[in-house]
Design a protein around this ligand. Structure first.
Ligand SMILES: Cc1ncc(COP(=O)(O)O)c(C=O)c1O
Length: 406
């Protein structure tokens, strides 16, 4: 369970008391930028791996600014993410474009904006990138995204060993004749198939198994492997018995992979591991009820604001905001939607919780606010706050449904 710092807890208590006087009290996110700054600055203090921030994890401007100050570059996967990064005064040269659905129009748009580094995920993308580069009289740095298969199958949201739209198998890439694309500098390969990994030795072993087929593909293509991009996938603990990854151990494994692959540069685009721990979701309790000898807490917000538990079956850690001397009991946590999927997990929480209390969900800095389904049932959109140098600031007010209903 992640501990809220005392100053943050005090300010959240004050904010929630103020909210309780409103009708209705609405859930909100808060991001501890002081903690984020300390964490990400540590990640960039090494010279083994060049770090990009996967903007999809949390595109909030203050989060981007904190990552920027720590020396991260930016991996963007859509026009919207690109606009958000560029509007923070981050240069287009520090942007990498990944994503399986890059149309010719999107590629043109990225080149117009000055982006020159791309991960190509298909033979068509290679052709479209070359066409756009020739029109712009530019040379683009391109990594080919590879999808490998292992004998021991494994599934997860990034695909694991399943067929996914992310890149192509080695056989398919071998159809490519690099000299047909003179405007592209093929600098290396990209691979990323496992998300939220918490076992450092399994990660190291997966990375190690990737090296021989990738080196062999680059030889077959006649492409010196200068850059290897291992994507993201570093996990964070969501469950009480899970331990965080040890960054020093990760860096040691990456240094070994870099040497084995013989590359000049190793890249990663981190999302979850960079920002998950800095975010909390504060959610008012509407009521407690007993049902078939089990205890349920009905909450103002659910998967409309935090979709991840419905997609992965894994809950965010939860605690009560107020201190209580009451014993804990197991509660099923339910949101306000008309589906049993709207379930935020089963957690031990104090027996005396009820209307007027608040729950704090942690690890919500990544894949929270923007990975949700806020419009279903027309509940309020959550607010977003940041905690910076000991003060809370509201970045986005909560909105009622009439804000978007037409
Ligand atoms: C291409 C790419 N890189 C990096 C990431 C970030 O992954 P993570 O949050 O596991 O670090 C993602 C997430 O989906 C991705 O699609």
């Amino acid at each position: 369970m992640l501990a809220l710092s005392t100053p943050l807890r005090e300010q959240l208590n004050a904010l929630c008391t103020e909210q309780d006087n409103r009708d209705p009290a609405t859930p909100f996110f808060v991001y501890d930028l002081d903690a984020l700054h300390a964490h990400v600055s540590r990640l960039t203090t090494q010279d083994v791996v060049k770090l990009w921030y996967a903007v999809k994890a949390n595109p909030l401007s203050s989060v981007l600014n904190t990552l920027d100050k720590a020396g991260f570059n930016f991996d963007v996967a859509s026009r919207g993410e690109l606009t958000q990064v560029l509007s923070q005064d981050i240069a287009a040269e520090r942007v990498l474009n990944t994503g399986p659905a890059k149309s010719p129009a999107q590629i043109q748009h990225f080149l117009d904006a000055g982006v020159t580094t791309f991960v190509a995920e298909s033979l068509n993308q290679v052709r479209w990138l070359n066409d756009a580069a020739e029109q712009h009289q530019k040379t683009l740095t391109v990594l080919l995204r590879v999808q490998l298969r292992w004998p021991a199958g494994d599934k997860n949201p990034l695909g694991g060993d399943s067929l996914t739209p992310f890149g192509l198998g080695s056989e398919q890439w071998q159809q490519l004749t690099l000299s047909d694309y003179p405007a592209l500098d093929f600098a290396g390969l990209h691979i990323f198939q496992w998300g939220n990994m918490l076992d450092a030795s399994k990660l190291a072993s997966l990375w190690q198994q990737m090296v021989p087929p990738l080196v062999s593909l680059s030889t077959q293509l006649g492409m010196p492997l200068r850059i290897l991009d291992l994507g993201g996938g570093l996990g964070v603990p969501y469950e009480p018995d899970q331990q965080p990854l040890d960054w020093d151990q990760i860096i040691d494994s990456l240094a070994a992979i870099k040497a084995e692959a013989g590359v000049q540069e190793l890249w990663m685009e981190l999302g979850r591991y960079a920002v998950a721990h800095c975010g909390y979701y504060l959610n008012p309790v509407v009521e407690q009820k007993e049902n078939y000898d089990e205890h349920q807490l009905i909450l103002a917000g659910g998967i409309n604001h935090l979709l991840r538990p419905a997609v992965t079956g894994q809950a965010f850690p939860a605690q009560a905001l107020r201190a209580s001397t009451a014993a804990d009991r197991q509660y099923h946590l339910h949101g306000p939607l008309c589906t049993a999927l709207d379930h935020l997990g089963t957690h031990p929480l104090p027996e005396d919780l009820g209307y007027g209390d608040w729950l704090v969900f942690s690890q919500c800095g990544a894949y929270g606010f923007t990975e949700s389904m806020p419009y279903f049932l027309c509940h309020e959109l959550p607010a977003e706050y940041v905690f910076k140098q000991g003060q809370l600031y509201c970045i986005r007010q909560s909105e009622h449904a009439d804000y978007y209903l037409r």
